[in-house]
Design a protein around this ligand. Structure first.
Ligand SMILES: Nc1ncnc2c1ncn2[C@@H]1O[C@H](COP(=O)(O)OP(=O)(O)O)[C@@H](O)[C@H]1O
Ligand SMILES: CC(=O)N[C@@H](CCC(=O)OP(=O)(O)O)C(=O)O
Length: 288
């Protein structure tokens, strides 16, 4: 006689979950999803491993993920070691020649390779590059007062499409090339938004260290419009590091991205829950 075992029941539960996920898996087949992985979202080795596993799984089910990373806390650590002072104006690091050298060394070197390695360990093909490679992100100076901080002006995404075809997951450090050969330091959120817009991505996921955008009562707002963001920024509910994030989301939508989501990158399976479940995760911002 056939008996219902615990293992069978587990299997049935898995099959149910899979069948629920199926429409979402189909919806994202071939989709481009740009994921901004911030320095605060990176956490410890275990969090990095979970993140990489989710990104590789995304690729295995037919999504084209693009990772744009930050690494502000890691840059701070190195600048401190080298005794170089650093300050932020409106969420952007004032960057001189000495600082940009450290930024490039830390982001394109240590942080970028750590992510690439984590992806390889999970069976994916991660390839690291920065906005300086293959004209990916040509920048203009943002503001003379900020020094070598750049605003992306032209993004050539040819290299990214070639990588999608080759089953490669691009891992991009937010540095850009100036028109006179300078190296520019670009805020990670800004870089992710510009690349997402240039790719006309289906989703821009901004991973951070809070569950989403909170209202004045401290509750996470699951759906947000541009008008609500403008109102909440004007009355101070959206402040600090959340300002560049929501601004990036709005600019990406203007640039043709279908939706942007702000979510907690340290939460287990955050990116998969956002894409492949009905409720998603974090705050979704759509046009209109
Ligand atoms: N309305 C808001 N909802 C959520 N977080 C907010 C809000 N306003 C300000 N913040 C702050 O923004 C921070 C996220 O920005 P930031 O620290 O720059 O992130 P990251 O380093 O991941 O790019 C949150 O940790 C929170 O302290
Ligand atoms: C111009 C500017 O501020 N660039 C950032 C680049 C790194 C970054 O954005 O890192 P997070 O995403 O971890 O904050 C910086 O120098 O810190």
């Amino acid at each position: 006689m056939r008996k219902q075992t615990a293992m069978n029941r587990d299997w049935i539960a898995t099959a149910r979950t899979l069948s629920q996920a199926l429409p979402y898996l189909q919806r994202y087949e071939g989709a481009i999803v740009v994921v901004k992985f911030g320095g605060h979202a990176m956490g410890d080795d275990e969090a990095m491993e979970t993140f990489a596993r989710d990104i590789v799984l995304m690729r295995q089910v037919g999504v084209n993920p693009v990772i744009v990373h930050g690494g502000g806390p890691m840059i701070n650590e190195m600048l401190e070691k080298l005794d170089i002072k650093s300050e932020f104006v409106n969420g952007k690091r004032v960057t001189d020649e000495a600082t940009v050298e450290v930024v490039e060394m830390v982001l394109s070197g240590r942080v970028n390779k750590r992510i690439v390695q984590a992806i390889s360990s999970q069976g994916g093909k991660g390839v690291g590059l920065s906005g300086k490679d293959a004209n990916l992100m040509v920048c203009d100076p943002t503001d003379p007062a900020l020094g070598l901080v750049g605003t992306p002006a032209e993004c050539d995404t040819t290299i990214l499409h070639a990588m999608f075809k080759a089953d490669i997951i691009p891992v991009i450090a937010p540095l850009g090339m100036g028109r006179n050969g300078e190296t520019f330091n670009v805020n990670g959120d800004t870089a992710a938004g510009a690349i997402a817009a240039a790719l006309k991505a289906d989703r821009l996921l901004l991973l951070t260290d809070v569950a989403g955008v909170k209202n004045a009562e401290g509750e996470v707002m699951t759906d947000l419009t541009a008008a609500q963001i403008r109102e909440m920024t004007a009355d101070g509910t959206i402040a600090g590091g959340m300002i560049p994030k929501t601004e990036t989301a709005l600019m990406a939508l203007e640039g043709g991205v279908r939706a942007a989501v702000i979510l907690d990158g340290r939460a287990p399976n955050a990116t998969l829950l956002e894409l492949f479940t009905e409720h998603g995760a974090g705050s979704i911002i759509r046009k209109g």
